[in-house]
Design a protein around this ligand. Structure first.
Ligand code: ADP
Ligand code: ASP
Ligand code: MG
Length: 412
């Protein structure tokens, strides 16, 4: 007997027929003698609809009420799946986040899980022999007793956190693709499915835009050593494929230099022209942004024609673009820059691979390949196992395909 967590995303529970199909996947594991906790997302499109309703009700909505609203999508699917399981004679009950409880911080809209009490779930397995069907994406802040949500894509994190709490042997993330690919298979048909991907690489891929797993879920899996697979809910429930295992780097036999290409449209560029070239200026610009919780990502500074000033370019998340510009405009008299320019039609394309640690010139090859396609690079960042380029959004697919081919990732 093993103990499993099975997580099903929005597309996998999009309607009652698919929920019945999910019930068959769960049945397979129950009949194999396993104890099963299932984590579900809201039906696909539901969370977007709920978010839009919040914005419509009050543009500057109360974040706590936002969480009360958007957490509701998962409640529906948890109840429906419990019913579908009972209907095929599998004992099951639904669990809302607060009932377990899943304790989180009070950062409404993007709360972090602080603790999961697995006692009641384990009791459900031992005493009642029932499947636990848990609403993903949500928790409760203990001190205020308010419902919280974990940020978009947060059900992945619910699943891994629960797996760690109940000491699960495995956490299976079922989704609409059959594993982690070398890049988003929806934009590159030649993308290849990976049998294994290292935690560090998956972490970078997720944070650089591959939305197949929420970043925090990969962190938790890495820290708590949760054996996590990404696999398809559309496989035949009687004969499913194992999918992709997220594992330690040592467990990967054939390491490529570049493992994957990711892209993120969640970038906006800000350029400050003719900033005084003297000590303390960078601090004067970036400290107020940090104080406002705005994450600055790529930064480049170049000397202006007049040699006395510099141009400073950096990126912020799209959602913070207007706020960042407003903060800088306000600080303009003190900072004394020339003018401020911005662009939101930009995208960050990144290449990730542990093999970059031991190979020189990996990024340089990409700059040449992109230039050959006429793609202009606005900014660059590199770190030990990845590099990113900021380019015009219209070249996203061309850039991703170019790098995918360049690093030998195309399916043959
Ligand atoms: P779910 O609703 O099941 O949580 P998501 O839409 O959040 O599913 O994540 C799955 C999607 O992630 C896939 O449909 C795919 O388009 C996208 N994706 C992006 N990058 C990758 C990648 N490298 N490998 C697999 N899928 C990826
Ligand atoms: N339903 C939530 C979302 O759409 C959480 C999830 O699907 O993981 O972001
Ligand atoms: Mg998801």
């Amino acid at each position: 007997m093993a103990r499993l967590v099975m997580k099903f995303g929005g597309t996998s529970v999009a309607n009652i027929e698919r929920i019945r199909n999910v019930a068959l996947h769960v049945k397979r594991e129950v009949e194999a003698g396993h104890q099963v906790a299932v984590v579900v997302s809201a039906m696909s499109g539901k969370t977007n609809e709920l978010v839009a309703w919040c914005k419509d009700a009050a543009p500057l909505y109360d974040q706590r009420e936002y969480d009360a609203v958007v957490a509701s999508g998962e409640l529906v699917t948890a109840g429906l799946l419990a019913m579908a399981l009972q209907n095929i004679n599998i004992p099951a009950r639904s669990w809302q986040g607060w009932q377990i409880p899943i304790l989180t911080s009070d950062a409404h809209g993007s709360a972090r899980i602080e603790g999961v009490d697995g006692t009641a779930l384990l009791e459900g397995f031992d005493k009642h022999h029932e499947v636990a069907v848990i609403a993903g994406f949500q928790g409760i802040h203990k001190e205020t007793g308010r419902v919280t949500t974990l940020g978009r894509g947060g059900s992945d994190t619910s699943a891994v956190a629960i797996a760690a709490a109940i000491g699960a042997d495995r956490c299976d993330i079922y989704t609409d693709v059959d594993g982690v690919y070398t890049t988003d298979p929806r934009i590159v048909t030649k993308a290849q499915r990976l049998d294994r991907v290292a935690f560090e690489e998956m972490l970078e891929m997720a944070s650089l835009g591959a939305k197949v797993l929420q970043v925090r879920s990969v962190e938790l899996a890495m820290v708590h050593k949760v054996k996590t697979f990404v696999r398809s809910s559309f496989d035949d429930p009687a004969n499913p494929q194992p999918g992709t295992l997220i594992c330690d780097e040592e467990d990967i036999l054939e390491q490529q230099v570049v493992t994957g290409i990711a892209y993120s449209k969640d970038e906006a560029q800000i350029t400050l022209r003719r900033v005084a070239d003297k000590p303390g200026v960078a601090a004067a610009i970036f400290v107020p942004l940090a104080d406002a919780n705005i994450n600055v990502d790529m930064i480049i500074q170049v000397v202006s024609d007049d040699k006395a000033t510099t141009d400073l370019t950096f990126t912020v998340p799209t959602a913070d673009f207007e706020r960042a510009k407003a903060i800088l405009e306000k600080a303009k008299p003190a900072l004394g820059f020339g003018d401020i320019q911005g662009a939101t039609n930009v995208v960050k394309v990144s290449a990730i691979g542990i093999g970059m640690r031991s190979h020189a010139g990996v990024a340089a090859k990409a700059f040449k390949a992109l230039a050959d396609k006429g793609i202009n690079i606005r900014a660059i960042t590199t770190s030990e196992i990845k590099f990113s380029v900021l380019i015009d959004a219209e070249y996203t697919e061309l850039a991703v395909r170019t790098l995918h081919t360049l690093y030998g990732l195309d399916k043959v």
